[in-house]
Ligand binder design. Structure first.
Ligand code: ADP
Length: 334
């Protein structure tokens, strides 16, 4: 098995804040009574970056999101957003951020315009400048022609776009979104991601988005991968995947996976890992390798797959276990 201690030793963490950091987390710890949800997490988010926080359930994403959005203080360490410390300067920090929570925050009985009007008032916007800003935002999210309709008549994707417009109404430099595509159909998911990319490119907003979906994480400029309160990897999706040399070979043993792994290791001098009764090997030229293995162990292998490295493989390499356990949940801490 991949050793956990070595896996956590080098997630590529920046120990001090980069000069262009808009979010800087420095050794952030959070404990709920005796449970440690964040175990000294450090990383930076840079200006105009689409940054993903990827992790299975229970990895600490929501806890970190709540600290950044000033709903909770960290137990130890510092969380700084656009120069404002989340523990010492929460009121000023709140003006710098737009937040889109997982739970719906729009009022379905109000029109799109009314929802934004109330939001504007909360931020001290008034009169003609608020009117202009509402029109601007509704145009931006493609709903200008629906301004006077009640939000309850909108599709899930349209309601999410109103949430986004609310979050951006006061022109924040940083937008925080907690699993924003939950409950959306594939078309609405794609639209939302395109919109986030447009925000980054045209408005230079820095976006931090939490997700447990690999395909969404692939769309981010950089990623922090979390597991059980630890940062286990940090980098661009391409950088992270490139740490896996070559292909990923998965073998299902006809009998005993641990025994097959030992035999393969002895015969081919390769590193093997056994996870969920499968033998896992990373190596270049995977297709040639499987031919050799099948010839070497006739009848010993039931199924084989060879694939290019994916983010899931990065997670496995860094933690020694799969992103999701067999029952669909994150593995429980041992
Ligand atoms: P994620 O968002 O990645 O699913 P969370 O931040 O919600 O992770 O949870 C991280 C850990 O903290 C989990 O072990 C979870 O059970 C625990 N936790 C979260 N909220 C609370 C709470 N209010 N009280 C006690 N433990 C909590």
């Amino acid at each position: 098995m991949t050793s956990k201690s070595s896996a956590y030793a080098d997630p590529g963490v920046e120990s001090s804040s980069a000069p262009d950091a808009v979010i800087s987390l420095q050794h952030v710890v959070h404990r709920y009574e005796n449970r440690t949800a964040l175990n000294g997490v450090s990383f930076d988010v840079r200006a105009a970056e689409l940054f993903g926080l990827l992790g299975p359930n229970g990895s600490g994403k929501t806890t970190l999101f709540r600290i950044l959005s000033t709903l909770m203080f960290p137990t130890a360490g510092r969380a700084v957003v656009m120069g404002c410390d989340a523990s010492e300067d929460a009121a000023r920090l709140r003006r710098q951020i737009g937040v889109v929570f997982q739970a719906q925050s729009v009022d379905p009985k109000l029109t799109a315009y009314e929802n934004l009007w109330h939001q504007g008032h909360l931020y001290g916007l008034r009169g003609p400048s608020l009117n202009t800003r509402i029109s601007e935002m509704l145009t931006r999210v493609g709903l200008a022609d629906r301004a006077k309709e009640r939000v309850e008549t909108f599709s899930g994707g349209m309601q999410r776009r109103i949430e986004l417009a609310k979050g951006l109404l006061h022109r924040p430099g940083v937008l925080l979104l907690d699993e924003p595509t939950t409950g959306l159909d594939p078309g609405a998911r794609r639209d939302l991601w395109q919109y986030l990319q447009m925000l980054r490119d045209e408005e230079h907003v820095s976006v931090l988005v939490t997700t447990h979906l690999m395909e969404e994480a692939e769309r981010c400029d950089r990623l922090a991968i979390m597991n059980e309160g630890n940062l286990v990897a940090l980098g661009t999706p391409a950088e992270l995947k490139s740490e896996i040399g070559g292909d990923v070979v998965l073998l299902e043993a006809a009998h005993d996976a641990a025994r097959l792994a030992d035999d393969i290791r002895a015969r081919f001098d390769v590193h093997t890992t056994v996870i969920d009764n499968q033998v896992r090997i990373e190596r270049p030229g995977g297709h040639r390798f499987v031919t050799d293995v099948v010839e070497a162990f006739p009848g010993g292998i039931q199924a084989i797959s060879v694939s290019k490295p994916a983010l899931e493989d990065v997670f496995i390499r860094r933690t020694g276990h799969k992103f999701w356990s067999e029952n669909g949940d994150a593995p429980q801490p041992s």
